[in-house]
Design a protein around this ligand. Structure first.
Ligand code: NAP
Length: 251
């Protein structure tokens, strides 16, 4: 493939795009740009509508999906199949976490470990498994998962979070091989972002993160969304790779 940048950007027009966590900080930024570029976007999350409503023409359809529930994933997949027949771009930009200091092992409770692994690893993997036939049927199909630099550094909101992101990163490498040559997979790994994501993360954490970041600042959701969109339509020879959007925090 040797298309120009302008031609590649036209690849969003009419594309069937599923964004899980599509109303969160990163997901909403991806959804807004994909809609502007003419894509047909389904934004799915636990606050989505059971009847898949869209706020207006040219806006994302809001759909209900709980990544922690296999039955919800199966029902969502069925609905996508009936409505669109295929998926061209799947973005998983969902996740949950809570701040528990690494050394505070007594507070790394079972509920937190289960919740974090379900939303950040098990759910996205189950969804990718169930949507794989629809991706295979798509046009230039790609699966982009939003990971975290914590998967590499082991530093993040808690031990389970980095471990869950690392598990999904490895699954993305396996999926790149399993679904090739039809489907590409890319992980996009931010460092801390200015969203409500990590409950309990204080200003000291942000200050420490900035101090340990070579570029001396946090990335923002627009930069992460741009990386997701680039992975989806511009980086046509990239698969099984992780792209850091972290100001060099992983170094
Ligand atoms: N913000 C950061 O500092 C940061 C840093 C590195 C990586 N990340 C990653 O970036 C991604 C996006 O995070 P964000 O900053 O945009 O956070 P956010 O604003 O909190 O958005 C996350 C979204 O995930 C959805 N979600 C959570 N659990 C879900 C479930 N079980 N099923 C379906 N949807 C679920 C939530 O929607 P509902 O509540 O409607 O379900 C929420 O809108 C996440 O994967 C996160 O791990 C974030």
């Amino acid at each position: 493939m040797s298309a120009s940048l302008a031609e590649l950007l036209r690849g969003f027009a009419g594309a069937r795009v599923v964004i899980v966590g599509g109303r969160g900080g990163v997901g909403a930024a991806v959804a807004a740009q994909a809609c502007d570029l003419g894509a047909r976007v389904v934004a799915a999350s636990r606050q989505g509508a059971a009847d898949w409503t869209a706020p207006g023409r040219g806006h994302a359809v809001h759909a209900w999906l709980d990544l922690a529930d296999s039955a919800s994933i199966r029902a969502f997949t069925q609905r996508v199949a009936e409505k669109y027949g295929a998926v061209d771009i799947l973005v998983t930009a969902a996740g949950v976490t809570r701040s528990v200091a690494l050394a505070d092992l007594p507070h790394l409770d079972d509920g937190l470990i289960d919740e974090v692994f379900l939303a950040n690893a098990m759910g996205p993997l189950r969804l990718a498994r169930d949507l794989a036939p629809l991706l295979r049927a798509g046009t230039d199909p790609v699966f982009v998962n939003v990971s975290s630099v914590a998967a590499r550094t082991g530093l993040g909101s808690n031990i389970a979070y980095g471990a869950a992101k690392a598990a999904m990163d490895t699954a993305m490498i396996s999926l790149a091989k399993a679904l090739a040559p039809a489907v590409r997979t890319v992980s996009v790994a931010p460092s801390a972002l200015d969203t409500p994501f990590a409950q309990g993360r204080g200003p000291e954490f942000i200050a420490r993160t900035i101090a340990a970041t070579p570029l001396g600042r946090l990335a923002n959701v627009t930069e992460v969304a741009n990386a997701v969109l680039a992975a989806a339509r511009l980086l046509t020879a990239t698969t099984g790779a992780t792209i850091y959007v972290d100001g060099g925090r992983h170094l």
